[in-house]
Each structure stands twice: as structure tokens, then as C-alpha cells.
Design a binder for this molecule. Structure first.
Ligand code: ASP
Ligand code: MG
Length: 401
């Protein structure tokens, strides 16, 4: 098999940890696999480099910034390669450019355009372990670019896709993806498998194990992703195509987003164009509107409710001032939470939503807004009850079993 192994900042946080990573890579090699390793900078290193730049300028030149930031990952790739060679393995370190990673010119947040499989492929044919500096590439003018914070995951997934790897393992300091946040529900279980779409829903809702961009790319390229810990031998969580998932649980996980506020517009003029005016005005102020619910109008008036991140509520208030004429009453509730139930199994089963509502009723929690998609049911509730709701739902769907 060809396996891509990516090690994040904490996994390569000091020299002893890099030595441990070398042992793990060596073990994979000993099992007879070809290995491409992608590394992050040692933890804290990228932040330190950014601080250095800010010593001189608040708006550092972006091309220089990318040259600077890319150096963190180069250090770890070279050190890991040195460690592996010392252990008797043939390893070669490569920068993004040497690995044939071509990007656009958006310095500090570049997109990977293509990967030339030849440099890494040739090294593998020679029996080498390839150690690539993550988070970087080269633009059409030959300048170094970086992919945006956390971009090493993206490097690993893109390489796995371009090289046709069988597996892309992302090593971090957590064991994998959990049925809910274990800090809220200690009975949360690590999942063995989950589909790309479920992972995307859970990630955007706060289960931050993997960058969403990386999961999206893995889905697009059909890369089998595994997230696991570099500090133990637990197998981790496989993120793959829905077809590959053997037993499809009704519900896979419960996500919580406490950073939500609700805005209720009552007595809104019920006429074509009103929603367009309101939401365009919000978009112009870069407000991230999430859930939107409009009720059927009566007597020429309607009600529109929506949620926004708590930190953007002041901006929303500013925008809404402009609509005084066309809206009867505006109510803001700053402390609400969004609880979401995610699972591919609900596509083919009835009663999943009813169970969620019954669970809330039993706990005497009022549901303020509801929205659903094919694989998700989201409820907006008072933030006070957020943890209680998560625990009750976790139990109701037997996720602790
Ligand atoms: N070192 C970069 C960062 O801290 C990229 C990464 O670790 O994925 O954002
Ligand atoms: Mg990371």
C-alpha cells in the first residue's frame, strides 16, 4: 500500500516527539508499505514567525511572509529525514517546490492547482521514504506560497489524491472523531467510521478535528482519511465514502454551537424583494447568516427569524436600523445555542426528528427554531440548556452504547 502520514504541530512539538514520529514511520515502512510523510511546523513555531514579522511591520509584504512561514515546516521535514536516515532508512526531505506542488498566487492563502507526481514517485521507486514540508507550494512565478493556517492537512490530502494513495492518516493529539464533545458528555464514544458529509456537518458545527477544506478535498478526490493520535496505537476514525460504511447508524453524532444569536423580525412587509433587501444588506456587512426561518404571512405581514454568530450581533443591529420603516418589531436574543443531530441513517428512517423533539419536551427545553437537511436536524434553544440537551440527545439515540 501507499500511505500518506501527516503529523501536526504537537506531534512534532519537540525533538523527542520527532524521534517518536520517526519510529512510527519506520514501523509502517517495516510493514512493507510505501510512505509519504507530511509534517507541520513544531507547535508554536508559525505563530512565533508571525510575531517576528510584526516586530517590523503591521502589514508585512505577503510574498516575504510566505517565504518566512514556509521555513517552519522545512525544519521539521529535514529533521525527520535526518532521524530516519540515522535509523538506517532511506529518506529524502522535500520542500513544497521540490515535491512538485504548484499553487496560484494568493500569498498566505494559496490554492493547490496541481501536483507533479514525478519527484515523489521517483523517490518512492528508489525505495525512499519521502518527507514533505506541509503547508506550502510554488506559484507560476517560482515564488514560495503557503496555504493558510492549518494548511498541512490540505497538503497531505492533495498528495494522497494526486499519488493515488490507499490511505491518508492525519495524526494529532486526539484519538479521532467522537459522537459528541467528551467534555460535555464523558460517555461520548470514538467513532470507527463516518462519511465525508457527516464529518463536514459535524466539523462546521464545532467538532474541530479536521479542517473542513481538507475533508471537502478528500471527498472530491475520494481519499480515505483516517484521523488518529500520534501518542498511542488506537486505530482512529476512518472518514470515507458513504458506500464504504458498513453499518449505518441512524444518528452518528450530536454537535453543539454555542456561539449563536437569534434575530426575530416581526411584522415585516410581506412583498416581493423584502428578504433580498434585508439579507443583501447583511451580506454587505459580511454578516454570516446561518439558519433562516420565515413564517407564512397574514394581513400583508410576515415574520422572519435568523441566527448569526454572537460576535456579529452588533453589526446586525446596525444594519437593521436601516429597515425601521418596513419592519414592525425587532427582537434580539444573544444567548442561544444550536444543537444538531447528524447521521446518514436518517435519510431512510422516519421518526428521527420526532424523537429529538420528544427528548427536548421531556427535559422541558423550549425549541425556538428548527431546520433540517437530508442528514441533519438542528434546533435553536436557550444557551442555558445547551449541555443538558446534548447529553439527553446522546442518550436518546443510544450513542453511548
Ligand atoms: N504550521 C502551519 C500553521 O500553524 C500549518 C499547519 O500546521 O498545518 O498554521
Ligand atoms: Mg493543524
Amino acid at each position: 500500500m501507499l500511505i500518506v502520514q501527516k503529523f501536526g504541530g504537537t506531534s512534532v512539538g519537540d525533538l523527542d516527539r520527532i524521534a517518536n514520529v520517526a519510529k512510527r514511520v519506520a514501523r509502517t515502512r517495516d510493514e512493507g508499505h510505501d510512505v509519504i510523510v507530511v509534517v507541520s511546523a513544531m507547535s508554536g513555531e508559525t505563530n512565533k514567525l508571525i510575531e517576528y514579522a510584526h516586530f517590523f511591520s503591521k502589514t508585512p509584504q505577503r510574498e516575504a511572509m510566505d517565504l518566512l512561514l514556509s521555513s517552519g515546516e522545512r525544519v521539521t521535514s529535514a529533521l525527520l529525514s535526518i532521524a530516519l536516515n540515522e535509523m538506517g532508512y532511506k529518506a529524502v526531505a522535500m520542500t513544497g517546490r521540490q515535491a512538485g506542488i504548484f499553487t496560484d498566487k494568493s500569498y498566505t492563502s494559496a490554492r493547490i492547482d496541481r501536483i507533479d507526481p514525478a519527484p515523489m514517485g521517483n523517490a518512492i521507486k528508489e525505495g525512499r521514504i519521502v518527507v514533505v514540508a506541509g503547508f506550502q507550494g510554488i506559484d507560476p512565478d517560482g515564488r514560495v506560497t503557503t496555504l493558510g493556517r492549518g494548511g498541512s492537512d490540505l497538503t497531505a490530502v492533495a498528495i494522497a489524491g494526486a499519488m493515488g494513495a490507499d490511505l491518508c492518516e492525519i495524526y494529532t493529539d486526539v484519538d479521532g472523531v467522537y459522537t459528541t464533545d467528551p467534555r460535555i458528555e464523558p460517555k461520548a464514544k470514538k467513532m470507527d467510521q463516518i462519511s465525508y458529509d457527516e464529518m463536514l456537518e459535524l466539523a462546521s458545527l464545532g467538532a474541530k478535528v479536521l479542517q473542513n477544506r481538507s475533508v471537502e478535498l478528500a471527498k472530491k478526490m475520494g481519499v480515505n482519511l483516517v484521523t488518529r493520535s500520534s501518542f498511542n496505537d488506537n486505530p482512529g476514525t476512518l472518514i470515507t465514502k458513504e458506500e464504504n460504511i458498513m453499518e449505518k447508524p441512524l444518528v452518528s453524532g450530536i454537535a453543539l454551537d454555542k456561539n449563536q444569536s437569534r434575530v426575530s423580525l416581526k411584522g415585516v412587509e410581506d412583498r416581493p424583494g423584502i428578504a433580498s433587501e434585508i439579507f443583501n444588506a447583511l451580506a454587505e456587512e459580511s454578516v454570516n447568516v446561518d439558519m433562516i426561518v420565515q413564517t407564512i404571512g397574514a394581513d400583508g405581514k410576515t415574520e422572519i427569524d435568523f441566527t448569526v454568530p454572537q460576535s456579529e450581533i452588533e453589526r446586525v443591529k446596525g444594519v437593521m436600523e436601516r429597515f425601521r420603516e418596513s419592519i414592525g418589531e425587532i427582537e434580539y436574543k444573544e444567548d442561544v445555542a444550536k444543537v444538531s443531530i447528524v447521521g446518514v441513517g436518517m435519510k431512510s428512517h422516519s421518526g428521527v426528528a420526532a424523537k429529538a423533539f420528544t427528548t427536548m419536551a421531556k427535559e422541558n427545553i423550549n425549541i425556538e427554531m428548527i431546520s433540517t437537511s437530508e442528514i441533519k436536524i438542528s434546533m435553536v434553544i436557550d444557551e442555558k440548556y445547551a449541555e443538558l440537551a446534548v447529553r439527553a440527545l446522546h442518550e436518546a439515540y443510544e450513542l453511548d452504547k
